[in-house]
Design a protein around this ligand. Structure first.
Ligand code: NAD
Length: 429
C-alpha cells in the first residue's frame, strides 16, 4: 500500500481557491461581453498597468522587437522552432483523409480540415514564456490554420521583445499585447476593434485556464493547460541531487505548481527532503519554488514498480520524469500523463523549451482524457457520404424502420421517398 510521507494541499482549500477564481473570471468575461473595448482597456490597466493606443502591434513595432533580440538568442529560438516544426510535420503526415465503400454502392469518408482562425495565448505574468509561442503558433501554422493570432501580456509595462520576435518567427499573422482573462474573452467574443477567433489555445495560470473553460462552447479550446505539475518516479538507482533538481525545476513555475516524488526508496525520499532545502538556499527562484514545494509538494512511498504505475495513473500528472533502472517499463505500462521523460538524459526543461515535443500539456488530472497540444487539435474531421440508387434503396428501407420505431415521421418520409423513386421495377414485386 502506498504511503504518503509528505502531503500536498488539502482538497477543501484547493476547492475554495478554485471557486474564487471561477467567480473572478465570470465577472471579467461578462464585462468584455457587455462593454467590449472599454472593458478591455479598464481591465488591462487594472491587472497589467497597460493601456496603449492599440493592443495590436504594427509591422514596424514587430520589426523593432526582432531587432532588439541578440543574434545568439535568435539562433537558439530558431533551433527550438525547427525541432517543434519537424515533429509537428511528422504528426501532421500521420493524419489522413479516409474514404471507404461500406457495402456495395455506399461511400463514406472523412476529410481533415484546419480550423480557420485561432488565438494562441502565450503566458507572461511571471516569466515571458517565449517557448509557448513556438509550441502554439508554429504548430498551428503546420496544421494549416489560416489566421493565427498570438497574444501575450506586457512585461514591466512593455511588449517583451523576445516573445514578440518568437511569435513573428513562428508565423503569427497578428500579434496583440494584452493578458489574462480579458485578452481571451476579447478574442473569443470579439470587440469593436478585435475580430473574434474560432478557437483559443495555450497555457496559462489558473485564471487563464478557467477563462478557457468558461468560454468553451462559444469557441473551441485545445485543452485545460493550467499551472504546471510534475511527477518524478524514482528508485534507488538515482541520486537525490538529480531528483531534487527535477522537482524544483518545475516548482519554480508558480507558487501553485505541484511537484510530486513517487519512489520505492525511503532512503532516497529522506535524502531528497534534505537536498531540496539545500538547493533552496542557492536557487534564484527559491521564493516561488520553495512556497510551491511547501504548499503543494508531495512524497509518496510505493512498494514496487507496479504500484508506482497505479499511483501515477491516478495522479495523471502533466509531466512525468522517470528516473529508474528500467524507464521503458513505465512507457509500456503508464496511461495517464501529458508527456513522459524517460531516463536522466532527458528532462522536463528539454521538453518545455527545445527538444521538439509540445509543452502545452493537460493539468488538473485532465491527462485522464486528453493528450497535449499537437497539430491534431487544430484539425477537424468532417464526414461525407454518397450512395448509388440501388444502395439508397437498401439504406432507405432500414432507415424507414428505425424512423418508425422512433416516431420521426418527417425523417421516415425522407427515406421512403428515396425508396419509392429509386426502387427498380424488379424490386417492386
Ligand atoms: P499568465 O500570462 O498566464 O497570466 C498573467 C495574467 O493573469 C495577467 O496578465 C493578468 O491579467 C491575469 N491575472 C493575474 N492575477 C489576476 C487576478 N487576481 N485576477 C484576474 N486576473 C489576474 O502568466 P503567469 O501568471 O506567469 O502564469 C503562467 C502559467 O502558465 C504558470 O502557472 C505555468 O505553470 C503555466 N504553464 C502551463 C503549461 C501547461 O502546458 N500546462 C505550460 C507553460 C506554462
Amino acid at each position: 500500500m502506498a504511503r504518503i510521507l509528505k502531503p500536498g494541499m488539502n482538497a477543501q482549500t484547493k476547492l475554495s481557491i478554485q471557486e474564487s477564481v471561477q467567480q473572478t473570471v465570470r465577472g471579467i468575461i461578462e464585462g468584455i461581453r457587455t462593454q467590449g473595448d472599454a472593458a478591455l482597456r479598464e481591465l488591462s490597466q487594472k491587472f497589467d498597468g497597460w493601456n496603449p493606443p492599440a493592443f495590436r502591434l504594427t509591422p514596424e513595432q514587430i520589426e523593432a522587437a526582432v531587432a532588439q533580440v541578440p543574434p545568439e538568442q535568435l539562433d537558439s529560438i530558431r533551433f527550438s522552432l525547427e525541432q517543434v516544426q519537424t515533429f509537428a510535420r511528422a504528426q501532421r503526415a500521420s493524419v489522413h483523409d479516409v474514404e471507404i465503400e461500406t457495402i456495395p454502392g455506399v461511400t463514406l469518408g472523412h476529410k481533415v480540415l484546419p480550423i480557420n482562425s485561432v488565438a494562441c495565448y502565450v503566458p507572461g505574468g511571471r516569466y515571458p514564456m517565449i517557448a509557448s509561442a513556438i509550441m502554439s503558433v508554429a504548430t498551428a501554422k503546420v496544421a494549416g490554420v489560416g489566421r493565427v493570432v498570438a497574444v501575450t501580456p506586457p512585461k514591466d509595462g512593455q511588449p517583451y521583445p523576445a516573445t514578440v520576435a518568437t511569435m513573428h518567427l513562428a508565423g503569427a499573422d497578428e500579434i496583440y499585447i494584452m493578458g489574462g482573462v480579458q485578452a481571451l474573452a476579447a478574442l473569443a467574443l470579439g470587440t469593436e476593434s478585435i475580430a473574434p477567433v474560432d478557437m483559443l489555445v495555450g497555457p496559462g495560470n489558473a485564471y487563464v485556464a478557467e477563462a478557457k473553460r468558461q468560454l468553451f462552447g462559444q469557441v473551441g479550446i485545445d485543452l485545460l493547460a493550467g499551472p504546471t505539475e510534475t511527477l518524478v518516479i524514482a528508485d534507488d538507482s538515482v541520486d537525490a541531487e538529480m531528483v531534487a533538481t527535477d522537482l524544483l525545476g518545475q516548482a519554480e513555475h508558480g507558487t501553485n505548481s505541484p511537484a510530486v516524488l513517487l519512489t520505492t526508496s525511503e532512503r532516497l525520499a529522506g535524502e531528497v527532503v534534505t537536498e531540496i532545502e539545500r538547493q533552496l538556499t542557492v536557487l534564484a527562484t527559491a521564493e516561488v519554488a520553495g512556497q510551491a514545494w511547501r504548499d503543494y509538494g508531495q512524497i509518496i512511498l510505493a512498494d514496487d514498480a507496479a504500484e508506482m504505475v497505479r499511483v501515477a495513473d491516478d495522479i495523471a500528472s502533466e509531466h512525468v520524469q522517470v528516473l529508474t533502472r528500467d524507464p521503458d517499463y513505465f512507457l509500456n505500462n503508464l496511461s495517464n500523463y501529458g508527456s513522459l521523460f524517460l531516463g536522466p538524459e532527458t528532462n522536463v526543461a528539454y521538453g518545455d523549451k527545445t527538444i521538439g515535443t509540445n509543452h502545452i500539456l493537460p493539468t488538473g488530472r485532465s491527462a485522464r482524457y486528453t493528450g497535449g497540444l499537437w497539430v491534431g487539435k487544430y484539425l477537424k474531421t468532417v464526414t461525407y457520404q454518397r450512395a448509388t440508387r440501388e444502395a439508397s434503396v437498401i439504406i432507405g428501407q432500414h432507415c424507414s424502420v428505425i424512423c418508425e420505431i422512433e416516431g420521426f415521421a418527417g425523417h421516415q418520409r425522407q427515406a421512403d421517398l428515396r425508396v419509392e423513386r429509386y426502387r427498380q421495377p424488379a424490386q417492386l414485386q
